[in-house]
Design a binder for this molecule. Structure first.
Ligand code: CMX
Length: 443
C-alpha cells in the first residue's frame, strides 16, 4: 500500500518525539512523580500517575482536552471539516487530529476518507461468525467477537511473525491495523444492529458518505442523525489512558498483542455497567421511573423519591459520578447543548434536565460519591431514543465505535514510543497490615 500523507506525518512526529521519552527514561527514570498508599492499592489505583499519553488529558475540574483543546475548542478548530448542511466535523478530520495533533487540510482529511473507504468492507467470515451466535447475545459480545475474528488479518501479527520487525518500526503495522479497524467498526456495528433489531435487513455502505454519515445510513437513519453519530463518536473517543477500555487495550497491546486482540479486550471492559454500559442503564432507569407514573414526567419530589429508592436498594445512580471528574462532564454539556437545540420539548430530555437539578443534591446528601455530577452516559441514551434508536442494549456499541478512535491512536503511539510491557507489582494483605502497623513501607 502506498504511504499516505497521514502516515508520513506520523512517522516524522513519532521519530521526533521518541528521543524525549528515551531521555526521560534513561536520565530521569529515578525521579519520583507519585507515591501509592494502601487506599490506592485496594481502591483501583485511583489517581496513581503511571500511564503516559499526549493524546488527551482529563482535568478533574475542567474535563477532557483532546490534544490540548477543550471540546468546544476542538469543534471550533475543525469547523472547516463540518459536513455541508450539518454542525459536526467529520470523524476523519478528528482522527487525523487525534493521531497527529494537527488540524488536517481538506486534502489530508479527504485522504483519510479514501483510506477508510478502501478498508471498510466487512469480510464474509465475520458475518458468518456473527450469524452463528445466538441472536439474543448482547451486541457488545457480538461486537467484541467480530473484532477478534478479524485478527487473522493483522498486519502487525504477520510482520512480527516474519521475525525481522525492529522495535522502532512497530508503529507502522499497528497504524495499518488501526486504520482498518476504525474503518470497519461502523460497518460491523451497523450489521449487528440491523441483524438483531431490524429483521435482518441490511443497508449497503455508501461510497460517497463520510464515516458518521455512512453509519447513520447503514443503520437506517436520516439527517440530522448523521451529526448525532459524528458527535457521539468524537465525544466518546478518548478520556486519557486510565479508564477501563483504554487501559485494558493498552495493557493487552503492551504484550505486543495486535490491535484486534487489544481492542476486543477493551470492548469487553467497556461492556461493564460501571463503565460504558451505564448509558444503557440510564435509559432503563429513566424508563422505569416514567413507567411507574404511567409515562408522566415526575415532579421533582417524586424524582427525589425514585433516586432515594434506587440508592436504598443498593444500586448506583447510573450516569452520575466519576473516578476522575469532580464537575459536570463537558461531554454531558456538549450533548445537552445539542439536545436543547434539536429536541427541546422531548419529555425524556426534560426529565434528564430535571434529574440534573435533583440528583446532585440527593447524591451529596447520600454522602458516598466523591462526584455527584453527571458523566457522559447520563445523556447519551436520550438523544438516541429521540431519533428512534430505541434498542438500549446497542448504546454501548456506539460508545465502542467512538472509543476506538482514541484507543487505537494511543496504540500507534505506544508502539512508536516503545512503551514497555505493563507489569505492576502485587503485595499481600499481610504485607499491607505490617506496613499499616509500622506507619508505611520502609524503602
Ligand atoms: N450512585 C450511587 N453511589 C455512587 C455513585 C452513584 N452514581 N457514584 C459513586 N458512588 C459510590 C460508590 O459506589 C462508592 O461506594 P462504596 O464506598 O460503597 O463502594 C462511593 O460512592 C465512592 O465512590 P467514588 O470514589 O465517588 O467513585 P469511584 O471512583 O469508585 O467510581 C464510578 C466511579 C463511575 C464507577 C461511580 O461513580 C459509579 O458507579 N457511577 C455510576 C455508573 C456510571 O455512570 N458509570 C459510567 C462512568 C463513565 C464511563 O466510564 O462511561
Amino acid at each position: 500500500m502506498a504511504e499516505s500523507t497521514l502516515k508520513q506525518v506520523l512517522k516524522q512526529k513519532i521519530e521526533a518525539f521518541r528521543p524525549r521519552i528515551q531521555k526521560l527514561n534513561k536520565e530521569f527514570g529515578e525521579v519520583v512523580i507519585d507515591k501509592v498508599n494502601i487506599g490506592q492499592a485496594i481502591g483501583g489505583a485511583r489517581d496513581v500517575r503511571c500511564l503516559v499519553t499526549d493524546i488527551s488529558y482529563l482535568d478533574p475540574q475542567e474535563g477532557i482536552r483532546f490534544r490540548g483543546k477543550t471540546i468546544p475548542e476542538t469543534f471550533e478548530a475543525l469547523k472547516a471539516h463540518v459536513v455541508p448542511g450539518g454542525e459536526m466535523p467529520t470523524v476523519e478530520s478528528f482522527f487525523y487530529f487525534l493521531l497527529t495533533g494537527e488540524i488536517p487540510t481538506k486534502e489530508q482529511a479527504q485522504e483519510v476518507f479514501a483510506e477508510f473507504k478502501k478498508r471498510e468492507a466487512l469480510p464474509q467470515y465475520v458475518i458468518d461468525v456473527l450469524r452463528a451466535m445466538p441472536r439474543d447475545s448482547h451486541p457488545m459480545a457480538m461486537f467484541s467477537a467480530g473484532i477478534v475474528t478479524m485478527q487473522r488479518e493483522s498486519v502487525f501479527a504477520k510482520r512480527y511473525g516474519e521475525g525481522n520487525l525492529k522495535k522502532t518500526d512497530m508503529w507502522d503495522p499497528m497504524y495499518e491495523d488501526a486504520m482498518t479497524l476504525v474503518a470497519r467498526l461502523p460497518v460491523l456495528a451497523a450489521y449487528i444492529y440491523r441483524m438483531k433489531y431490524k429483521g435482518d435487513t441490511h443497508i449497503a455502505s455508501d461510497a460517497s458518505l463520510d464515516l458518521g454519515g455512512n453509519f447513520a445510513k447503514m443503520i437506517g437513519q436520516v439527517k440530522p442523525y448523521d451529526d448525532v453519530a459524528r458527535m457521539y463518536f468524537i465525544l466518546h473517543s478518548d478520556h486519557e489512558s486510565g479508564n477501563v477500555s483504554a487501559h485494558t487495550s493498552h495493557l493487552v497491546a503492551s504484550a505486543l498483542s495486535d490491535a484486534y486482540y487489544s481492542y476486543s479486550a477493551g470492548i469487553n471492559g467497556l461492556a461493564g455497567p460501571l463503565h460504558g454500559l451505564a448509558n444503557q442503564e440510564v435509559l432503563g432507569w429513566i424508563q422505569q421511573t416514567m413507567k411507574k407514573l404511567n409515562n408522566q414526567v415526575p415532579s421533582k419530589e417524586q424524582l427525589k423519591q425514585f433516586l432515594w429508592d434506587t440508592l436504598n436498594s443498593g444500586q448506583v445512580i447510573p450516569g452520575y459520578g466519576h473516578a476522575v471528574l469532580r464537575k459536570t462532564d463537558p461531554r454531558y454539556t456538549a450533548q445537552n447543548e445539542f439536545a436543547k437545540k434539536h429536541l427541546p420539548n422531548d419529555p425524556l430530555f426534560q426529565l434528564v434536565n430535571m434529574i440534573y437539578e435533583v440528583a446532585p443534591g440527593v447524591l451529596t446528601e447520600h454522602g458516598k460519591t466523591k462526584n455527584p455530577w453527571p458523566n457522559v452516559d447520563a445523556h447519551s441514551g436520550v438523544i438516541q431514543w429521540y431519533y428512534g434508536v430505541r434498542e438500549w442494549d446497542f448504546y454501548t456499541v456506539l460508545f465502542g465505535v467512538g472509543r476506538a478512535l482514541g484507543v487505537l491512536a494511543n496504540l500507534v503511539w505506544d508502539r512508536g514510543l516503545g512503551y514497555a510491557i505493563e507489569r505492576p507489582k502485587s503485595v499481600t494483605t499481610e504485607m499491607l497490615e505490617k506496613w499499616a502497623h509500622e506507619g508505611g513501607r520502609k524503602i
